[in-house]
Design a protein around this ligand. Sequence first.
Ligand code: BDR
Ligand code: CA
Length: 308
Amino acid sequence: KRKIIIDCDPGIDDSLAIMMALSHPDIEVLAITIVAGNAPVEMGFSNAKKILKFMNRLDIPVFKGADKPLKRNYINALDTHGIDGLGESFLEEVEGYQQKEDAISYLSKILRKEKCSVIAIGPLTNLALLMEKDKEAFDCIDQFISMGGNYKSHGNCSPVAEYNYWCDPDAASMVFNSGKRIHMVGLDVTRKIVLTPERLEYMKKENGKVGKFVEKITKFYFQFHLEWEHLVGCVINDPLAIAYFIDSSICSGFDSYVQIETQSISIGQSIVDDHNFYRKQANAHILTQVDVNKFFEMFYECLLRRIK
Ligand code: BDR
Ligand code: CA
């Protein structure tokens, strides 16, 4: 099995990503680390536990990391994810499960010990803090996949910026300058992953338990997309990062040098030097195409056929 750590900010689509990862037979989730993003870190921590409980996997450790971006004021995305960060599903809290160790020290220990990949589906603050604390451990990360950024697609926080990089641009910039090759699963591909009412109906028909649970946590998200984007359905970004890790042939793209803007009106923008103006070596693999049907086959296979 390939080992992974999911660094996330659950978050509705983060939760779907966790569910997908936990139900795939080829991967082993060593831990979930939480960062302030969609939801404040404490809330993200409690949401991760709620998802683990649903999945019957409370054996997986969850570690709390950064409670705010490196330098900027923290702006959550509860307007998109609901006041409980889980689509106002108000699932029952999971009691009696505490974790004293913080995410950064956990990462620094485990990465030195185990060959494992990091799938980061929230702001990159925890990973930047790890770089500061223990660059050697950071360098041990096998594959680094980051849901974030955008190439030709418009942003979702400004005309040019995507939330995860916009929320903590300094952290994103550090990670892109780390020397590690970043697989950038940006809005160009994730915006094509739309959970439509028809797809949700199908899910409910095929697996009532999972279908109803997904409906519960995505209802608010559907409403948000309808109001803000006049889109019937909701974009589920984060599970694509998991699907890409499982089977990279689901997406295609190109290597390029990428820089993250940290200052100006275009703060958080991922500037992809596709014409090689800067004459810098590529630091990222930018995904531009995705096989949507294949994604949903994988998604259904994991959620509907493997979760009982
Ligand atoms: C990203 O921001 C969050 O709203 C989602 O969870 C995803 O990680 C998309 O911009
Ligand atoms: Ca996320």
